[in-house]
Ligand binder design. Structure first.
Ligand SMILES: [Zn+2]
Length: 198
């Protein structure tokens, strides 16, 4: 139980990683995180430990009483998440490019953007941070299989590997808990987080 998973959200309620119940209690106790119940209410350690426990709920004995096991906690500060290598996946490419077509500079909803190889694959272009950008459907069509210069197109920004902390991604072995679902958009989770082939 102490080692089972707890979903950690950042202050913006984005999932950042999974920790253990043990560590979640430490964060909670230290005031670095708040527990969230199924009604999205937040609790500090004190108020959480005072919650009554229904028979259907998991609880553990701690500081002399039974305390509900939190399954989702939210960090009270942004900077508690260690930086790791930013995962090369669709979600992060869209994030880097802020859902903006890198040719015409307009922002689009996700489903109206493609990933474009700046140097087309047919010309040896690689699938890398430096050669993949978001592109709207119109710009994508216009560019076709050519180099941007050949179509009089210019990138608004040179694509590079981002420096920010990565979006959360599950390892394939993670068993996803019911309580996490409201915080994960699982519809296209695999699609968005799948590591792209280099
Ligand atoms: Zn465009």
């Amino acid at each position: 139980m102490l080692n089972s998973g707890v979903l950690v959200l950042n202050r913006a309620f984005f999932p950042v990683h999974i920790t253990s119940v043990r560590r979640a209690f430490c964060l909670l106790y230290a005031g670095l995180a708040r527990a969230i119940n199924s009604r999205y209410e937040m609790f500090d350690f004190q108020s959480w430990s005072e919650l009554s426990i229904h028979t259907s709920e998991e609880a553990i004995g701690l500081v002399g009483r039974m305390i509900r096991v939190p399954r989702v906690v939210v960090l009270t500060a942004y900077d508690r998440v260690p930086r790791r290598n930013v995962r090369f996946c669709r979600r992060n490419i869209f994030g880097r490019d802020r859902n903006t077509c890198q040719y015409c500079g307009k922002a689009f909803p996700t489903n109206e953007l493609n990933l474009d190889h700046v140097i087309p694959r047919s010309r040896g272009g690689k699938t890398t941070w430096e050669n993949i950008v978001c592109s709207c459907i119109a710009c994508n069509k216009r560019k076709g299989g050519e180099l941007p210069e050949q179509k009089g197109m210019r990138l608004i920004r040179r694509p590079a590997r981002p420096q920010w902390a990565p979006q959360f991604a599950f390892s394939p072995r993670t068993s996803i808990r019911q309580e996490w679902l409201p915080f994960l958009s699982l519809v296209d989770f695999t699609y968005w987080n799948l590591e792209l082939e280099h």
